[in-house]
Design a protein around this ligand. Structure first.
Ligand code: ADP
Ligand code: MG
Ligand code: MG
Length: 886
């Protein structure tokens, strides 16, 4: 028989799959001897069974009863006891933290009788009824599914009658009346009265937590965060402790270091006379931990000692939820805390200095995605700006957009192409849709631990919260700055998640400090120091080389500053555009070989100059140049446009020979499916002069660089090869050109000839192709298109969202390599190619070369290098280092 229930004393942090993160860490804290209210955890296995079968596993009820008895013994109280009742919280907690996504019910066990018992025991009637109304509200909304507004409106009405804005001003009689109102509301909306049987309350709450795994917002959050769908949540049942017992009680949340910047020193919010959910909801203003010391020195000091212990134990920054009951501290939760990318780098580096972790571990704790975020631009501080307000710097970044005041408008406006900033008093899980699409989130209430802050940091969305000077009026879709202007829906604002500032209008942005440092500036900044140190370690650790995709000398130079070890893909097609387009038209339209040769001869010096510049920028490093790849019609005018022009010319009686010839050529070259048509190596075979001209330009450029004292390493790459015969035909001609260039210049140019592997046939015949090639470069964009039979431009817009929704794939195969399908071809080609030619050099030049997951795959498949856009080069270096540590 399965064990579905674990006492906190029997679990540990290694059991997260089974007990969820919260349960496993509650158990860990219990074992550490920290003050944790006793309780037990119902496993994720029970949840999965419940969700699959639609009912609980047989043994569950009995196991819960058993552990309940143990809990009653430990606390000396009984559930539902009319004189001294045990109250419990019923808390969700999955393997991966999903803040605010699932349900928690507090004060379970109260009913019309036990509430009197609680009042008697605590000698505090007000407290007992405050707890009861909280249970009714939470139970009503989360377990029975009654809209929360039903309760909060009744609460507001009660406060209004009192003439107060704060719940703490409500007296015993007010709360007693509110309890009666709530019970009435529950019966009215649910049909049945509030269940008075505490065990029934408990069972219903447990089921509500199970079911909360599948709410829309939880499903959306998991998709956003790539959390698997089938894990289920654990349920923690824990004896209640009370932060709402007066001013010597309270609740708080804390971090062992600043989660926004990573700065050393504890960070947290505390709220007197409150249960935990009040802190996060931001209903009253919290005080800092420093100020808490003045309120309750003993608890404060004990808390700090525990935080230090936890950080040492977990060897990482932890976040913590705690409650003080009559001056006694209780720990309710801890986990390794979420943090901004800046904090991730700084904490990792600091912990190395503090001797807590080594550099390898530090490198494991930062990601390429975080580094990419640090490379985002920031607001330009030198431009005059209108500051509207200042709030908390909850999640960094610089966001500019039109103010919107509800999630539905956010979604609608973003769909029509606008950038928006979602402005709310505070956010709730209902706002998630809007938070996902918005450029940034701005709230007027709540601290760095509020819902808005936690969720925004998790998504890497810019967020300023608790900008108290803003009076947000969501009903009229506007906010007013105290003593200042009013901003209406659609007005542009700018928010700085790094400083917490809110500006009117659109503020221009500048490069990040990290980018300036990569560019060679001397930047003295703790974040830059941390990045530099971890990059260095990644470079020392990695096996995989990192090259860049760069088509111009400028890009090549920048890539080099970003640490590129060569160019993996230099496209040549752009060299046929602009002023050179006319020459290309001549080339295509020419009827006789003579005309073609003339056009090619004119193109040669232009191409050569391009290559000289790039080879110079990458002196000493390999430069892979791909011969022209796209179908020729891309260089010709649009067929409709041409036809219209010609028709007009005819109507005016003009003769237009050039246009007519062009149109003929366009018609001749027209293809049903250009992606699968005359392109790549096929062009090189049909119009031989084209490839040989390019090869000559490359080799002459290299020869000249050598004569000038340079050290060029050109690699000539043939695109779209499917058969070794294609490669051999083209390679033969290139070798002839090379011999010519050698005898003409007297210079021996070192060079390689290789091929892209971007057709399944090329991968399958990689042994034969490998014997003829010096290198393979996997063109994973085309390989993905050709393997799936997708035309990227068509499918991404039309049905990819449906495929993602229905789980055909978790992430677009163009974003992250499809390792099972396309990846299998990569492995196979690498193996067969290397077997046939042990010297074969292997790389990848698709966009996947800059994608973290794909990089780990390519490392594992034994490729020599990845190549990606210059801006992604640091990301790839970091991830290649991390990949070695796996
Ligand atoms: P979440 O996962 O959304 O943080 P929790 O399960 O942590 O939800 O519950 C929310 C809050 O409820 C906690 O921060 C804590 O303050 C309060 N809470 C939970 N269990 C107890 C308990 N046994 N006694 C007192 N307060 C509790
Ligand atoms: Mg919590
Ligand atoms: Mg291609």
């Amino acid at each position: 028989m399965s064990t579905y229930v674990y006492d906190f004393a029997d679990g540990s942090m290694d059991l997260k799959d089974l007990l969820g993160g919260k349960g496993a860490n509650l158990a860990e804290m219990t074992t550490l001897g920290l003050p944790v209210p006793p309780g037990f955890t119902i496993t994720t296995e029970a949840c999965r069974a419940h969700l699959q079968e639609g009912s609980d596993p047989e043994a569950l009820a009995a196991q819960v009863s058993q552990h309940l008895v143990t809990l009653e013994r430990a606390t000396g109280r009984r559930l539902g006891d009319p004189t001294d009742p045990l109250l419990v919280s019923v808390r969700s907690g999955a393997r991966f933290s999903m803040p605010g996504m699932m349900e928690t019910v507090l004060n379970v066990g109260l009913n019309d009788h036990s509430v009197e018992g609680l009042a008697g025991q605590s000698d505090d009637e007000r407290f007992a009824y405050d707890s009861y109304r909280r249970l009714l509200q939470m139970f009503g909304s989360t377990v029975l599914g009654i809209e929360d507004g039903v309760f909060s409106r009744a609460l507001d009405a009660a406060k209004q009658t009192r003439g107060s804005e704060l719940d703490v001003d409500l007296g015993t009689e007010d709360l007693r009346a509110l309890v009666a109102t709530y019970k009435g509301l529950i019966e009215e909306h649910d049909g049945d009265p509030f269940p008075q049987d505490p065990r029934e309350q408990l069972d219903l709450a447990i089921h509500a937590v199970f079911d909360s795994w599948n709410t829309d917002r939880a499903v959306l959050y998991r998709r956003q965060e790539h959390i698997p769908e089938d894990l289920g949540t654990a349920v923690n049942v824990q004896a209640m402790v009370f932060g709402n017992l007066g001013t010597d009680s309270g609740s708080g949340v804390a971090f062992t270091r600043d989660p926004a910047t990573g700065k050393r020193g504890v960070y947290g919010d505390y709220l007197q006379n409150a249960q935990g959910e009040d802190v996060v909801a931001g209903i009253r203003n919290t005080v800092s931990l420093t100020d808490m010391a003045a309120l309750d020195r003993t608890s404060h000091d004990e808390l700090l000692a525990i935080m230090e212990k936890l950080e040492k134990h977990f060897r990482d920054m932890c976040d913590i939820e705690f409650t003080v009951e009559h001056g006694r501290l209780w720990m309710l939760q801890t986990r390794v805390g979420k943090r901004t990318p800046e904090a991730a780098f700084r904490i990792a580096e600091n912990m190395v200095d503090e001797g807590m972790i080594d550099l390898d571990e530090a490198l494991r704790r930062v990601t390429g995605a975080q580094l990419a975020q640090l490379m985002f631009p920031r607001f330009d501080h030198s431009v005059p700006r209108t500051l509207l307000a200042k709030g908390m710097n909850a999640s960094p970044g610089a966001a500019v957009g039109k103010a919107v005041f509800d999630w539905a408008t956010a979604v609608e406006w973003v769909e029509r192409g606008e950038d928006v900033i979602l402005v709310r008093k505070e956010t709730s899980p209902d706002d998630l849709h809007g938070m996902v699409v918005a450029k940034g989130i701005l709230t007027s209430r709540g601290g760095k631990t509020s819902h808005a802050a936690v969720v925004a940091r998790g998504m890497g969305r810019t967020c300023v919260c608790g900008a108290a000077a803003l009076d947000v009026d969501t009903r009229n879709a506007q906010f007013t700055v105290r003593g200042g202007p009013t901003i209406r829906e659609g007005d542009v604002i700018s928010i700085d998640g790094t400083t917490g500032e809110v500006f009117a209008g659109g503020v221009p942005v500048t490069d990040s400090a990290v980018v300036r440092w990569f560019e060679g500036d001397d930047v003295d900044d703790p974040l830059v120091h941390a990045v530099a140190r971890l990059m260095e370690h990644a470079d020392n650790t990695r096996r995989l080389l990192v090259r860049a995709n760069a088509d111009t000398a400028d890009d090549a130079a920048r890539a080099r500053r970003f640490g590129a070890q060569g160019i993996g893909l230099c496209r040549t097609e752009h060299m046929f555009l602009g002023e050179r387009r006319e020459l290309v038209e001549h080339l295509i339209v020419a009827e006789a070989q003579e005309g073609r040769d003339k056009a090619l001869a004119e193109l040669l010096p232009l191409q050569k100059a391009d290559f000289m510049a790039i080879l110079e920028a990458m002196d000493g490093l390999p430069v892979t140049i791909r011969l022209i790849d796209p179908p020729l019609h891309e260089f010709l005018p649009d067929i409709t446009e041409l036809s219209v022009n010609l028709a007009l010319a005819d109507a005016h009686g003009h003769r237009n020979k050039r246009q007519r010839k062009l149109l003929e050529a366009v018609q001749r070259l027209h293809e049903q499916n250009p992606m699968l048509g005359l392109r790549g190596v096929r062009l090189g075979i049909v119009i031989p002069g084209l490839f040989t001209m390019q090869a000559r330009a490359i080799l002459e450029a290299a020869a000249e660089r050598i004569q000038a004292g340079g050290d060029p390493h050109p690699e000539i790459m043939i695109p779209l090869v499917g058969s070794v015969r294609e490669l051999d035909l083209v390679k033969g001609r290139i070798l002839e050109v090379a011999a010519d260039v050698r005898s003409e210049t007297g210079v021996e140019v070192p060079f390689h000839v290789g091929t892209m592997i971007e057709l399944p046939r090329a991968a399958l015949t990689a042994d034969a192709i490998g014997r003829s090639a010096d290198f393979f470069s996997f063109g994973t964009n085309d390989l993905t298109q050709m393997t799936w039979g997708f035309s990227r431009d068509d499918v991404e817009a039309s049905f990819f969202s449906t495929y993602l929704e229905q789980g055909v794939f978790q992430v677009s195969p163009f974003e992250s390599l499809d390792t099972e399908g396309v990846g299998a071809l990569v492995r196979l080609a690498a193996e067969r190619g290397r077997e046939a030619n042990p010297d074969l050099h292997l790389g990848v030049c698709g966009e996947h070369g800059g994608d973290p997951d794909s990089i780990h795959f390519f490392d594992d498949a034994g490729l020599d290098y990845v190549s990606c856009s210059p801006f992604r080069v640091p990301v790839a270096r970091l991830e290649a280092g991390r990949s070695t540590l796996e």
